[in-house]
Design a protein around this ligand. Structure first.
Ligand code: TXA
Ligand code: MG
Length: 313
């Protein structure tokens, strides 16, 4: 995988032309595939919400090429600078006061005076952002409420029909969405993700929990990231008719996928959505999932699994 093995400069140019014309573009990031639109173009952003079937009040992440571009759209304080220096480019999203409301239009921010911004690490996403020259909003490329796509094929199946251009960057290395941290009062964890709580707390100290408005964000809705089949958590074993997502040493079997035979949370995160999709396609009556430890990346993996099971409001 990687940019060398996949799409080159001509594809980037075609994608930039599509974006300038108000079109949508499928793009890989290191976390999951995104469906991108010009953040400054309300019509393009409206088309993006439409393609995802997404409730309009859920704001989008503005992706930019580097921290200098981020500072042009958002107001950075010392904590924002410290987190950006530690984790960008990479899977951390910062929610900050908006500095340029035209650059990320009202619709993209769902009318908020804040903006979520991140600098993705994937070379193709970076090349697209550098060539486009402005912020791109890009939610995960799934239709609303479905698991995020972590391969080009899954992204194309979810929302490819709505895209005017598409970049194939191979499978996503991380496989789990970015961590979302708001820096509006005290640092607040809005969505656990690819950068762990401990990694962030090492830079800015203890994180407060999401509350109030943050609960409206799509990452906080019940039964988000959900496959069609019901999901059963903390399952020590597979029942007849079920698919099983194992974690750690396990017997191979029919409709069994192992998130990580060695019990590695990084590997499990990378496999999570693709295995959920595979289990869902198997025609099982339900998807049972082995217990996953709550440490490190396990917090974000369990967050996605609880939402897939519909347990979190
Ligand atoms: O890894 C990722 O972040 C992927 C890739 C494509 O970059 N994108 C992604 O976007 O997961 P999306 O739209 O599926 O999730 C964006 C999250 C949501 O939980 C949303 O509520 C939150 O960011 N968010 C965006 N703007 C916000 C704001 N102004 N205030 C609070 N939360 C915000
Ligand atoms: Mg999403």
């Amino acid at each position: 995988m990687g940019a060398d093995a996949t799409d080159g400069p001509e594809r980037i140019e075609a994608a930039v032309r599509a974006l300038r014309a108000g079109g949508l573009v499928l793009t890989p990031t290191e976390t999951v595939y995104g469906l991108a639109a010009d953040a400054a173009d309300p019509r393009a952003v409206a088309a993006l919400y439409e393609a995802k079937g997404r409730p309009r009040f859920n704001p989008l992440i503005a992706h930019v090429a580097d921290v200098a571009a981020a500072r042009r759209i958002a107001r950075f304080d010392a904590e924002a600078e410290a987190l950006a220096a530690a984790f960008w480019p990479g899977p951390l999203t910062l929610v900050l006061p908006i500095a340029d409301p035209q650059a990320v239009c009202d619709l993209a921010r769902a009318g908020l005076e804040t903006v979520a911004v991140r600098v993705p690490a994937h070379p193709l996403a970076h090349a697209l952002l550098a060539a486009f020259g402005g912020p791109l909003v890009a939610p995960s490329a799934n239709r609303s409420g479905r698991p995020s796509p972590t391969t080009f094929a899954d992204a194309a199946e979810e929302t490819g029909a709505a895209a005017a251009a598409a970049l194939d960057g191979g499978p996503c290395a991380v496989g789990l969405e970015s961590t979302v941290v708001a820096l509006l009062d005290s640092p607040r964890l809005l969505r656990p993700g690819a950068v762990t709580r401990a990694q962030i707390e090492a830079v800015v100290g203890p994180l407060a929990e999401a509350e109030g408005d943050a609960k409206r964000s799509p990452g906080r809705l019940t039964r988000h990231y959900a496959p069609d089949a019901p999901v059963r958590l903390e399952a020590a074993a597979q029942q007849p008719g079920e698919a099983y997502l194992a974690f750690g040493p396990a017997e191979p079997g029919e409709r069994v996928w192992n998130l990580s035979p060695s019990g590695d949370l990084v590997e499990a995160a990378a496999n999570l959505f693709a295995h959920l999709r595979a289990a869902d396609r198997s025609g099982a009556s339900a998807i049972a999932v082995a217990p996953i430890p709550e440490t490190g990346l396990g917090e974000a993996i369990n967050d996605r699994l609880r939402r897939a099971a519909g347990f979190v409001g």
